[in-house]
Design a protein. Structure first.
Lengths: 98, 264
């Protein structure tokens, strides 16, 4: 399995509201509401921490999910947010948000 | 020779000057409740010039900022505003107040954003000393719920609500921005008690929205034109703060006067 790195785009506004995270793309004002697990991944998206470590330490530990399934779900989630331009994704560590 | 009047909405006075007596008369009629001889602060000043030709080819409103100069444009008008000096100008086709109404709405969105306030597509009203807001897209019932209001209710607007942080809460102000009701709101304000996102249905019911759903609902209905990232971020923050501190409900209602039994 090739690990991936994720970083929050600089072209977004985000705010934690209760357990959820509301994220707005500055490009087209599209709004995303991330659930508790999505919010955990969002907070940990620093460009340096591999997604596998984020899933292991932030998702599996907290939500008691099976690691392979959790990773697959997290990768799908990250790729969707990347397509929408609010997350950056790379197979190498990411220097800074774009 | 130019004559003028000062229109104060919220706590922002705007001096409008024109040499067209017909236009000034129409402005006096439209903004009657909001015209003041004793503005609360030095007014922003917008001389109005009536021109014979369309300004541009588009009906869409365009709001841009460059080198400290805001420009508001549409096919029938062009306005500019310099926040540093407080001065601006409006050039418009025809001697009707509609373009000035649009320019005032845009100006207030820009003034409110840095203060955490906003204009919301919503009717609003005061009852028992508290303000209630009813928001939603065109046709959902903003004017209908205003028409159904009992006599003890003071209407702030049936179209565009003016909401500003005040102390630990928010204050809703009356506006002259009218919808299908065709009349200005009252020039009063009151502490904002709740926001209702409207939906019409077969029964009257209310459901408290989660904070994230409330923020999303507010963002869908806040009036804002500028695309500058700094201002978009301000509006986003304003919506999130408001959603965190004001109860926001989904109000499904039958368009009869009984709906007001839930609003008190």
């Amino acid at each position: 399995m090739n690990d991936i790195y994720i970083a929050r785009s600089s072209a977004v506004a985000a705010r934690a509201l209760e357990e959820e995270m509301v994220v707005m793309s500055m490009r087209d004002s599209t709004l995303f509401t991330l659930n508790e697990a999505g919010a955990e991944i969002w907070r940990a998206a620093d460009g340096r921490t591999p997604l596998s470590k984020i899933v292991r330490e932030r998702i599996c530990a907290k939500f008691e999910t099976e690691p392979d399934a959790a990773y697959a779900d997290a990768e799908t989630f990250c790729r969707q947010l990347t397509e929408c331009g609010v997350l950056l994704l790379s197979e190498q560590p990411i220097e800074s948000g774009g | 020779m130019m004559s003028d009047l000062v229109v104060e909405i919220g706590d922002y006075p705007v001096r409008l000057s024109a040499d067209d007596p017909g236009l000034l008369e129409r402005l006096r009629a439209r903004y009657a409740e909001f015209i003041t001889d004793t503005p609360s602060a030095a007014p922003f000043h917008f001389p109005i010039q009536v021109v014979p030709h369309r300004m541009s080819g588009t009906e869409a409103v365009r709001v841009t900022c460059s080198d400290g100069r805001w420009q508001f444009e549409r096919d029938m008008f062009h306005a500019e505003w310099f926040p540093k000096s407080g001065r601006g100008s409006i050039r418009q086709v025809g001697d009707y107040p509609n373009s000035i109404d649009t320019a005032l709405r845009i100006l207030h969105t820009l003034l409110l954003a840095p203060r955490g306030g906003f204009l919301l597509h919503a009717s609003s009203a005061v009852r028992n000393g508290s303000a209630f807001v009813f928001s939603g897209v065109s046709g959902v019932g903003k004017t209908t719920i205003s028409r159904l209001a009992p006599p003890d209710v003071t209407l702030l607007t049936d179209e565009m609500s003016y909401i500003l942080p005040r102390g630990n809460g928010y204050q809703a102000f009356g506006t002259p921005f009218a919808g299908d009701l065709g009349r200005s709101g009252a020039n009063v304000s009151a502490p904002l008690k709740e926001i209702n996102m409207l939906a019409q249905g077969s029964t009257n019911k209310r459901e408290l929205l989660s904070t994230s759903k409330a923020a999303a609902a507010l963002l869908r209905n806040i009036l804002f034109f500028a695309e500058e990232p700094e201002y978009v971020r301000l509006v986003f923050e304003a919506a999130c703060r408001a959603a965190s501190s004001i109860p926001v409900y989904r109000l499904t209602f039958v368009p009869t006067a009984e709906v007001w039994e839930m609003i008190s």
